[in-house]
Design a protein around this ligand. Structure first.
Ligand code: NAG
Ligand code: NAG
Length: 441
């Protein structure tokens, strides 16, 4: 009986086929150099039978044989260590991390990646952004329409969820425990258990599908960008920790409506183009995306209170202040994100203000004070082709706020970008965290 209890406990464990060697990435905290490393999200990892090389998950499907139900699946299957460069197109050197879009590996074709900064082998680095500044250099010159090089924070557990969920043995070391404000249901494991029950393959995605459950938590999008468009966007959730959702309670991803989850899926975005300045961000423009650019973000506040998120860019040794809004419908001009800006922007665009409904900056302060994990990713969009970032969306709309960037409404189709822009990449480097106005020149 005791053996039996011990034997079935572990549902998400790591295999021994490939050693997990985290790429090293150094960064600066308050001016001091920190030797960090990154780990790729569990979703990207090979999932196979324990002790054998048979797949538990292949393409966009779970094996009927090894995963007839989540509990059996968890007992049968493990996730593997990663060959970062060969399989995922991820390379780190000194303080720089480069993510390549499509990688033709020995066993598979990989699309995009999502990585987390680690403090040590088993623990994510936790950042409390309140009253602080986060700065990095990014090269988006090789990111066309439809791609998104994203650097952001989410309220994941520092250990990936091993303390909270005894089924999770793999932990942060193997990139487990992801959550965000879209309550994604495409995760293969949630709370240490396979999300295989009710799994539906995604029609236009050979690599992914959606399960019954999703994983929700607050998200601070510092950076979502390609060479044609960029936005920064806080999103808040009702709970101040990662929580699993079921079906409709996961919002649109779970088959519910867009606003039926406990999170704010839209967030409150600052996109210079969308807010009326079409000459600010792009190739050869005021912030020239043909060159690397230093991006500075500041969270004004203290304790559990944050009131404003400011942005500056630095290029060629020159500090460029964020653009101001230029919209007829706004009586005041803004160049930062705050409760006042969010209410005014949502009203001007006729958007549902779910950011304010879920607590706005009060809730943002509460979640940021708990600490967030840094995410570095590159992705394409199998739902709406990234048009919400870089084109006109909804595509047939001429309402204020629909025009978000210069890309064509026919752009960003995953099949097109994955074949035509396969070698695209994004390079993040020189991450610096510290007191406001201390990390850039
Ligand atoms: C866009 O931003 C730049 C830099 O702040 C400014 O010089 C320019 O006038 C702005 N354009 C519009 C249309 O607001
Ligand atoms: C707006 O969002 C709230 C939740 O934040 C939701 O309850 C409501 O139904 C939404 N309204 C519309 C028109 O979608």
């Amino acid at each position: 009986m005791l053996l039996c209890l011990l034997g079935i406990a572990s549902s998400l464990d790591a295999g021994t086929n490939t050693a997990e060697n985290h790429p090293q990435l150094s960064w600066k905290n308050g001016g001091s150099s920190v030797s960090g490393s990154v780990t790729v999200d569990a979703n990207w990892r090979w999932t196979h039978i324990k002790g054998e090389t048979k797949n538990c998950y292949d393409g966009n499907l779970w094996s009927d044989k090894y995963c007839p139900d989540a509990a059996t699946c968890g007992q049968n299957c493990v996730i593997e260590g990663a060959d970062y460069q060969g399989t995922y197109g991820v390379s780190a050197s000194g303080n720089a991390l480069t993510l390549t879009f499509v990688t033709h590996g020995q066993y598979s074709t990989n699309v995009g990646s999502r990585l987390y900064l680690l403090k040590d082998e088993k623990t994510y680095q936790i950042f409390n952004l309140i009253g602080k500044e986060f700065t990095f250099t990014v090269d988006v010159s090789n990111l066309p329409c439809g791609l998104n090089g994203a650097l952001y924070f989410v309220q994941m557990d520092a250990d990936g969820g091993t303390a909270k969920y005894s089924d999770n043995k793999a932990g942060a070391k193997y990139g487990t425990g992801y959550c965000d404000a879209q309550c994604p249901t495409d995760l293969k494991f949630i709370n240490g258990i396979p999300n295989s029950d009710g799994w539906k393959p995604q029609k236009n995605d050979k690599n992914s599908g959606n399960g019954r459950y999703g994983s929700c938590c607050s998200e601070m999008d510092v950076w979502e960008a390609n060479s044609l468009a960029t936005a920064y966007t806080p999103h808040v959730c009702d709970k101040l920790e990662q929580v699993r959702c079921d079906g409709r309670a996961c919002g649109q991803n779970g088959g519910g409506d867009r606003f039926s989850s406990s999170c704010d899926p839209d967030g409150c975005d600052f996109n210079s183009w969308r807010l009326g300045n079409k000459t600010f961000w792009g190739p050869g423009l005021i912030v020239d995306t043909k060159q690397p650019v230093q991006v500075v973000t500041q969270w004004v506040g203290s304790g559990t209170s944050v009131t404003e998120i400011k942005r500056k860019y630095v290029q060629g040794g020159k500090v460029i202040d964020n653009s101001f809004t230029k919209l007829d419908s706004l009586t005041k001009q803004y160049n930062s994100v705050s409760d006042e800006f969010c209410v005014a922007q949502k009203k001007a665009f006729g958007d549902n203000d779910s950011f304010t409904k879920h607590g706005g900056f009060r809730q943002l302060g509460a979640t940021l004070a708990k600490g967030h994990v840094l995410v570095l990713s590159l992705w394409d969009d199998h739902d709406v082709n990234m048009l919400w970032l870089d084109s006109v969306y909804p595509t047939n709309s001429n309402k204020p706020g629909a025009d978000r960037g210069p890309c064509k409404t026919s752009s960003g189709v995953p099949a097109d970008v994955e074949s035509q822009a396969a070698s695209s990449s994004v390079k993040y480097s020189d991450i610096r965290f510290g007191a406001i106005d201390s990390t850039y020149k």
